[in-house]
Design a protein around this ligand. Sequence first.
Ligand SMILES: NC(=O)c1ccc[n+]([C@@H]2O[C@H](COP(=O)([O-])OP(=O)(O)OC[C@H]3O[C@@H](n4cnc5c(N)ncnc54)[C@H](OP(=O)(O)O)[C@@H]3O)[C@@H](O)[C@H]2O)c1
Length: 262
Amino acid sequence: MIEFRQRYGPWALVAGASAGLGAAFAEQLAARGLNLLLVARRQDALDHLATGLRSGHGIEVRTLAADLGRPDLQAIVRQFTDGLDVGLLVYNAAHSVIGPFLDQPVEEHLRVVDVNCRGPLLLAHLLGAAMAKRGRGGIVLMTSTAGSQGGPWISTYAASKAFNLLLAEALWDELGSRGVHVVACRAGATRTPGYEASKPKPSRVPLLEPGFVADRALAALGRRPSVVPGWFYALSAFLMNRLMPRRMAIRIMGRATRKLYG
Ligand SMILES: NC(=O)c1ccc[n+]([C@@H]2O[C@H](COP(=O)([O-])OP(=O)(O)OC[C@H]3O[C@@H](n4cnc5c(N)ncnc54)[C@H](OP(=O)(O)O)[C@@H]3O)[C@@H](O)[C@H]2O)c1
């Protein structure tokens, strides 16, 4: 734990921190002794989480209520982190659009690009530069098993997750040589408010717990470019992305998503 704090502390920023996986990352990082900068839209949820983390772990916590899709994102995060030594970035937030591509307004697809692609790019560039300068740090980009092949009915979301996977893989190599560990967390279905709000139909696919996913992602830092938490999803990813023809993987994703949300 002390080693983790020395390598990735003293401050960590979690983007999309007020609930679900983001709150689980905050909890795991607090338990490892890092001070936290928490960003999400809902100030009340951030305040509630921050109070619990301060009293439970004796760490410092600061919050910023902001939409990660806003045009001046880099400027407000620069101000929020000014004077602080931020050694870890977790970009967790995501916007998703479910349903046939042409049935959704193009503005909704563009919002996915802003929150899921532009956001992590801006923050990885801003905070990654400072980490590379000091020669140590870490970046976790939340992606999904949905980002490893085209995703019918979640087309832009899946594409945005592919963006994060490839960005993390490239930075794993580029920044790794400068002491900054980068990992993409390719999560499968996880029991979060975000997942439940999407109202999936009952299915036999196992749901992961947010604490487990966050723990596996942090454990993978400095070890590999990406991680798929949980044996079920690791096996499915191996079958779909290594053994199957690509068109078959796309069809399976499409069938599964239509069944969940059709
Ligand atoms: N849950 C799953 O099954 C699953 C599976 C694979 C991958 N993932 C990935 O895991 C990550 C978390 O997913 P989740 O939906 O389950 O969410 P979550 O962790 O339950 O919550 C999303 C967090 O992001 C914040 N957020 C969302 N949009 C935001 C915005 N525009 N600006 C600022 N904060 C924002 C939300 O807070 P506010 O509402 O307060 O803003 C919340 O704190 C995503 O990257 C997702 O792609 C999830």
